[in-house]
Design a protein around this ligand. Structure first.
Ligand SMILES: [Zn+2]
Length: 506
């Protein structure tokens, strides 16, 4: 039908006054405009509603909270620990949770000898890490590394520990993704050795080094260590404590979710579920050495007690799974969730401003730079992983200024050293005298900011506060010889902290 035929007589006006057809009727322009306004308002309201509903999840969304659940799988003395590891791995698989099992080399070899294919297969559904070759048989890592410098120590760690990592690789079909020291036997020489061995993550707990209770990069290794309040685990022996621990878990997860997300670290040893004492404390206390034939079995829990422990782990995992925004991750997952240790490029002048203020890492929204990264940028070197210096160099250069041509020679020498060794020099020569690395870095930064006569600056190091100052307490472990302290290892750790910086999610 022709719509024009339906136009009422009263509305029969000159075409110019009509504003087009609407619902079969021609209307005056002001009526049509009102109608149009209503339509626009309706559309805008509808759009706002859609936007609101789209934004609700964003407003409610919190930053991610990841729980890394790991098991130091180390008891090669009592075969009942094989069954404990099997049970835990299977329970977690049923709960759809992947954990990280850090195996001692001898533990893996013993599984192979006992033909526990079932255990090897069950653990292989999870991540496989490494937990040293012999764990508690002397000398343990901090004991044999204490007297060694960075370079010798790196080689010695690899000489003693690589074989065990390769055994784990042979038996489980994959190179371990992470390493963690036995007990508190931590040492900085481990880090460059791990990089060389192809193990990219350090996963453990301890107090030698830590950065704001969250993961960090140290010597190019993603380090999940010393998470402080975010190291949470249920109590296997005092079950009545667990409701409070679960409440703390929820509160801490909420705190992380409100502050950019983060990691909660939870760890056990399969042996804890079936023994009332540690297998190594029963045999190797206070540095004791004992022939294999003389090893004794640790005291076992009753089957009912063991069942209670397995149940507590299951309950802990289930309460974590019920906590909004929380998910379980492996060491491998964390490696993928965090940005690379290679920082984005940084303008020379910006890097110089950070270093001139204080020699420490820079944490910004655009990226994070360790003191080493900043020095590389000041020197015009591309971002890359380098080791820290091997010694605390000294400044022997006595004048307050350095001729421009002479400092340029020092700068080129430092660049050449870094390119040759992928390591920062301990000091940089200025003629026959030296500048400590900190003074060289501060002087080079000042020179970038105000070219001209080179004034010797004294660098203020800010990153050493992240290393423990308690050489006895930090290495306290029943297996270390009585009274063991390793101030030398903490000194080396301070030097390697040139490479320290926070880890940041992608
Ligand atoms: Zn251990």
């Amino acid at each position: 039908m022709d719509l024009a035929l339906r136009v009422p007589i009263a509305d029969q006006r000159p075409r110019a006054l009509l504003h087009g057809d609407f619902d079969g009727r021609q209307r005056p322009s002001f009526i049509v405009n009102v109608q149009k306004c209503k339509l626009i308002c309706y559309a805008v309201m509808k759009l706002l509603c859609i936007l609101f509903f789209l934004m609700v999840p964003c407003l409610l969304a919190k930053d991610p909270v990841y729980v890394v659940l790991w098991f130091d799988t180390e008891d090669y003395v009592d075969p009942i620990s094989d069954d404990a590891a099997l049970r835990i791995a299977n329970d977690l698989t049923k709960l759809n949770v992947r954990a990280t099992f850090k195996l001692v080399g001898e533990r893996a070899r013993v599984l192979e000898k006992r033909n526990r294919v079932d255990v090897i297969r069950a653990l292989s559904h999870h991540n496989i890490g490494y937990h040293s070759n012999w764990h508690s048989v002397q000398p343990v890592p901090a004991v044999y590394l204490k007297q060694l410098g960075m370079l010798e120590g790196e080689q010695e760690f690899e000489r003693r520990e690589l074989a065990g990592a390769l055994d784990v690789k042979r038996i489980f079909g994959m190179m371990p993704i992470c390493y963690g020291q036995p007990g508190s036997s931590w040492a900085p020489q481990t880090y460059p050795a791990l990089r060389h061995m192809g193990i990219p993550v350090y996963l453990d707990d301890g107090s030698q080094i830590g950065l704001d209770d969250q993961p960090f990069w140290y010597d190019g290794i993603l380090t999940i260590f010393n998470l402080g309040q975010y190291a949470i685990r249920p109590d296997l022996d005092h079950e009545q404590e667990n409701p409070a621990i679960y409440r703390k878990f929820a509160a801490d997860a909420g705190k992380l979710a409100d502050n950019g997300g983060g990691v909660i670290s939870t760890y056990f040893h399969p042996t804890e579920f079936v023994h009332t004492e540690f297998w190594d404390a029963a045999n190797f206390k206070d540095g004791e050495v004992r022939e294999r034939g003389a090893w004794v079995l640790p005291h076992r829990r009753t089957p009912a007690e063991a069942e209670r422990c397995f149940r507590i782990l299951k309950e802990y995992v289930e309460q974590a799974q019920r906590t909004p925004g929380v998910q379980f991750v492996t060491a491998q997952d964390l490696l993928q969730l965090y940005r690379s240790p290679i920082p984005p490029p940084l303008a020379k002048e910006k890097a110089a401003r950070y270093l001139k203020q204080q020699i420490t890492f820079a944490r910004t929204d655009a990226g994070d730079w360790s003191a080493a990264d900043l020095l590389l940028a000041v020197l015009g070197l591309p971002p890359q992983v380098v080791d820290g210096p091997t010694a605390r160099g000294a400044t022997t250069y006595a004048s307050a200024t350095i001729p421009g041509w002479l400092f340029e020679r020092s700068r080129k020498d430092a660049i050449s050293f870094i390119n040759a060794h992928h390591r920062l020099p301990s000091q940089v020569f200025v003629g026959a005298a030296t500048l400590s690395l900190a003074d060289f870095a501060a002087t080079a930064a000042a020179q970038v900011l105000s070219p001209g006569p080179v004034l010797v600056e004294h660098g203020q190091i800010g990153f050493e506060k992240y290393i423990s100052t308690d050489p006895k307490g930090a290495f306290s472990w029943p297996i270390h010889p009585k009274g063991f302290a390793a101030p030398e290892l903490l000194d080396l750790a301070r030097l390697q902290a040139w490479t320290l910086k926070p880890a940041r999610f992608k």
